[in-house]
Design a protein around this ligand. Structure first.
Ligand code: 5GP
Length: 198
């Protein structure tokens, strides 16, 4: 993976429903340098999702072929579907932009193995499991069974806190956004400072 030293990669992981997608979009809107990594998935699109914007929606056969052809930097099976980050997309984007990844802990572990990256790993959580369930019900995008599975996975997801650089609690969206902005700005500042030769 070739990586311009001034660009950063931010991973935002969380149990499903913790506000990650909203925050990812807010970061991209405010910081033009950021591009969102658009993953491939075998999951069917939700009614509000757009091909190529939210995901690249592909068949299981196509996904398997991409795995066999070693086209992914990382991929994982989550809730019966596959999700993955294509090498080609990241390599192209990182030359000119910062990238934000909305991926789970399994993908984070795989990306962490590339130790030449300016990678910041942020884990976002709600205050507790009940709050997460409430959000999943309110956003009205999942079946009852999916909500049950997703809120059950909260316990599994939080076991992986230790793999992250920062834990942010999403109690209030604006405060949470500010905290993530501070993390990003500090990282950018440190990178610039480390490149100044006195
Ligand atoms: P959803 O189906 O709600 O869009 O996403 C389910 C989970 O898949 C979320 O936790 C999301 O972060 C994760 N995810 C989305 N894209 C990728 C990816 O490319 N790789 C990995 N490892 N996880 C992903």
């Amino acid at each position: 993976m070739k990586h311009d030293s001034k660009n950063i990669m931010v991973i935002l992981s969380s149990p499903s429903g913790a506000g990650k997608t909203t925050l990812t979009k807010k970061i991209q809107q405010k910081y033009q340098s950021f591009k969102i990594s658009v993953s491939h998935t075998t999951r069917s699109p939700r009614s509000n999702e757009v091909e190529g914007v939210d995901y690249h929606f592909v068949s299981s056969d196509k996904f398997k072929k991409l795995i066999n052809d070693k086209k992914f930097y990382e991929y994982a099976k989550i809730f019966d579907n596959y999700y993955g980050t294509l090498k080609e997309n990241v390599d192209k984007t990182i030359k000119k932009n910062d990238i934000i990844f909305d991926i789970d802990w399994q993908g984070t572990k795989q990306l962490s193995k590339f130790n030449n990256l300016n990678l910041i790993k942020i884990f976002l959580i709600t205050e507790n499991k009940d709050e997460l369930k409430k959000r999943l019900i309110n956003r009205n995008q999942n079946t009852e069974q999916e909500i049950e599975n997703r809120s059950k996975s909260f316990d599994e997801d939080i076991k992986h806190w230790n793999d992250y650089d920062y834990i942010v609690i999403n109690k209030n969206l604006e405060i949470c956004f500010k905290q993530i902005e501070n993390i990003i700005q500090n990282c950018k500042k440190n990178l610039i400072n480390s490149r100044i030769v006195l």
